[in-house]
Design a protein around this ligand. Sequence first.
Ligand SMILES: Cc1cc2nc3c(=O)[nH]c(=O)nc-3n(C[C@H](O)[C@H](O)[C@H](O)COP(=O)(O)OP(=O)(O)OC[C@H]3O[C@@H](n4cnc5c(N)ncnc54)[C@H](O)[C@@H]3O)c2cc1C
Length: 290
Amino acid sequence: MRAYVPSYQLTTPASLAEALALIGNEPGTWKPFAGGTDLMVLLEAGKLPHRYYVNIWPLSELRGIEIADDYVTLGALTTYTEVQDNDVLRREFPMLCQAASETGGLAIQNRGTLGGNIVNASPAADSPPALLAYDAEIELVSTAGARWIPYNGFHRGYKLMDLRPDELLARIRLPRTRADSQHYYRKVGTRKAQAISKVCFAAVARVDGGRIQDVRIALGSVAPIVLRCKATEAALLDKHFNETTVRLARETLRREITPIDDVRSTADYRLQVAANLLVDFLVNINLQNF
Ligand SMILES: Cc1cc2nc3c(=O)[nH]c(=O)nc-3n(C[C@H](O)[C@H](O)[C@H](O)COP(=O)(O)OP(=O)(O)OC[C@H]3O[C@@H](n4cnc5c(N)ncnc54)[C@H](O)[C@@H]3O)c2cc1C
């Protein structure tokens, strides 16, 4: 059933400072409304319990993509279309661009934001695995100041986050990637487009002198949160690509993830697909070195 719209309040502050003052004065009362692509679905379905929203969409302080020597910094309101249009992101962060291109349709890509995707905290979201594999950091701001934290660790449990009610997610920072890094991203869904992931796999690594280096692996839809797979990374780091390495890494990954049966898939299918994607990633990065 549709919600009764007049029972909701949406206010548009003139600046980030005004938005922070509003959510800081009455923590928990006002929640951010960015692109609205997650929130409007809940509203239409009559499942949006919270009533008071701050429209952060017009805030220029939360927009823009800055390129510096060591980092690329994206405003929380960066849309999927803006991600795909950026030359540096296309060159150095192809997994994020691929995730953006496989998120919803064009209308969602024009309006949906990276910040909204992170804070909506779906374990099946498509950008977070890429952001985790790229070692993203995020900036949380409030009237008390700003803090940068590693994105890995931000999600504490299903829909639980290291985010205070007086804080907004302001920016996402990605350390620039090396030219010899190899990137591997696969979203497995029921269809090629407009599908929620059954498994989402993002990994980056280099091969140096035949050994796997700087490997970072993250998966979506295989645990209550998007998961950086540190044990699997450790099983691969500094190893040669051979049968033993692949077997040990597969076994480690199967222990590290905890997929469930749900309407979209089964735990068994997800375990098998995740392990297959790991092997495909390893084959791909090694093939490119011969
Ligand atoms: C048809 C359709 C298809 C979709 N397809 C995909 C898909 O393929 N892959 C995928 O991952 N997602 C998909 N989505 C989900 C959605 O589009 C994304 O999660 C999007 O990135 C959300 O961003 P938003 O700005 O619209 O968030 P909003 O709906 O505005 O907000 C989402 C949540 O985040 C909070 N929030 C937003 N911005 C901030 C901020 N800066 N600081 C603190 N809290 C904040 C809000 O309070 C709210 O709780 C789809 C949605 C629809 C309707």
